[in-house]
Design a protein around this ligand. Structure first.
Ligand SMILES: Cc1ncc(COP(=O)(O)O)c(C=O)c1O
Length: 410
């Protein structure tokens, strides 16, 4: 048994990040300044787009993108039900209506069932690259073209993922990224909008800082000017240099973080492959999954316990877990105000059944990974024993699997 609790997620902050933050604090640039500019350039280069606008969250990035596209009262925006509430809440903030779409067996928006959601009011769609794997972008592109819809991709989970060889965020649509504490790279809180359209970027930038003209952040620098104009009532969503200090170094290490995530996912894939009671996430052809999440699905009937009891068993073994996500149509707000009911989302209802995310992050040691594997296997085997009514002497550890895992997580 572990002697301390393994949290479901922890960020990996290095000495370079700490030194850079200290440098910002000493410099006096504690809000938006030169490091945000530098971080934006690095992000645009990494994603392979013309512009990145750094903001204080992915929620802000989504809100600004929709606002810059002119989404407003009376409009409808298609949003997957299998997502975090931020994806749909921003639609509501603009006075528009989120129209929830069902998901497929991978938790991704089911593009075969979105046509029926279109009305004369439909103006946009927000595909989510759930768990770190891209959704069917070709289907989304042709759907959006047919109906003249604005697309902003919710890439909160997916920085560094590739779709048919292209970086996510580089498919011609504006994209919103998250640098929240649990994400594949972090600035504490933070996010950005990427785009190839300089006019769109300029509008997002202006809306992110009160709707002020010019490079408002420069007005306290030697090259700045005191004069500005408010061109529209914008928001206060700018990123700070303290956040960008973290981001500059996290971005340099992102590919390394992703490699580590992928090797832990591979270790889980191999270690759980023989457990019929658990369905594992799959990497689809042409995708490069970055495993922000490792969502497994329990066959609760076969297992003999439900998700809640399974999570309690994990906690008893000092392993954290979480659930991504309670589908939006199950939340009181979306049920009462928008009138959504579970029956309308059979795909998401199936996917949500027994859904839980295991810990997976670069800071985990190979002992941590072994402990998660051991705990999951123990719970399953103990359940088998209970349901079969006789005792297994030990947890079958699938030795070939564990030796591969050792190699994989190095
Ligand atoms: C799919 C998705 N979209 C948007 C967000 C919002 O990100 P942020 O916390 O950076 O606003 C999250 C956060 O977890 C998310 O999971």
């Amino acid at each position: 048994m572990r002697n301390h609790f393994l949290p479901y997620c922890l960020p990996q902050i290095g000495e370079e990040e700490i030194a850079e933050v200290v440098d910002s604090l000493r410099s006096g640039w504690v809000t938006t300044g030169p490091k945000v500019k530098k971080f934006e350039q690095a992000l645009a280069e990494y994603v392979g787009v013309a512009e990145a606008v750094a903001v204080n969250s992915c929620t802000a990035a989504l809100h600004l993108s929709l606002a810059a596209a002119g989404i407003g009262p009376g409009d409808e925006v298609i949003v997957p039900t299998m997502t975090f509430c931020a994806t749909a809440n921003v639609v509501v903030h603009l006075g528009a209506r989120p129209v929830l779409a069902d998901c497929d067996g991978n938790g991704l928006i089911d593009t075969t069932r979105i046509e029926r959601l279109v009305t004369a009011q439909t103006k946009a769609i927000i595909p989510v690259h759930y768990a770190g794997q891209s959704c069917d972008l070709e289907a989304i592109r042709s759907f959006a073209r047919t109906h003249g819809l604005f697309v902003v991709e919710d890439c909160a989970h997916a920085i560094g993922a590739r779709h048919n060889g292209r970086q996510i965020g580089n498919s011609g649509n504006p994209a919103a990224f998250s640098f929240y504490a649990t994400k594949n790279m972090t600035t504490g809180e933070g996010g950005c909008v990427t785009t190839d359209d300089p006019e769109f970027a300029a509008r997002v930038r202006r809306l992110a800082l009160h709707g002020m003209s010019r490079d408002a952040w420069k007005r306290y620098s030697e090259t700045g000017t005191w004069y500005y104009e408010v061109l529209e009532p914008g928001y206060k969503y700018n990123m700070t240099d303290i956040q960008a200090s973290l981001g500059l170094h996290q971005l340099k290490r992102l590919d390394q973080f992703i490699d580590r995530r992928r090797s832990i996912a591979l270790a889980y894939d191999e270690a759980f492959a023989d457990l019929g009671e658990i369905e594992l996430p799959r990497e689809l052809p042409g995708r490069n999954h970055v495993y922000h999440l490792y969502p497994i699905r329990l066959n609760e009937k076969e297992l003999g316990i439900d998700r809640g009891a399974f999570i309690e068993e994990l906690t008893r073994r000092r392993i954290g877990a979480s659930v991504h996500f309670i589908p939006l149509h199950r939340h009181p707000y979306y049920q009462t105000v928008c009138g959504y009911q579970p029956e309308s989302f059979p795909g998401a209802e199936r996917f949500y059944q027994g859904l839980l995310s295991l810990p997976l992050y670069p800071r985990m040691t190979s002992d941590d990974v072994s402990d998660v594997i051991q705990a999951v296997r123990q719970i399953v085997v103990e359940q088998r024993r209970k349901t079969a009514g006789f005792a297994f002497s030990a947890v079958p550890a699938a030795p070939h699997v564990l030796s591969n895992m050792e190699a994989a997580v190095r």
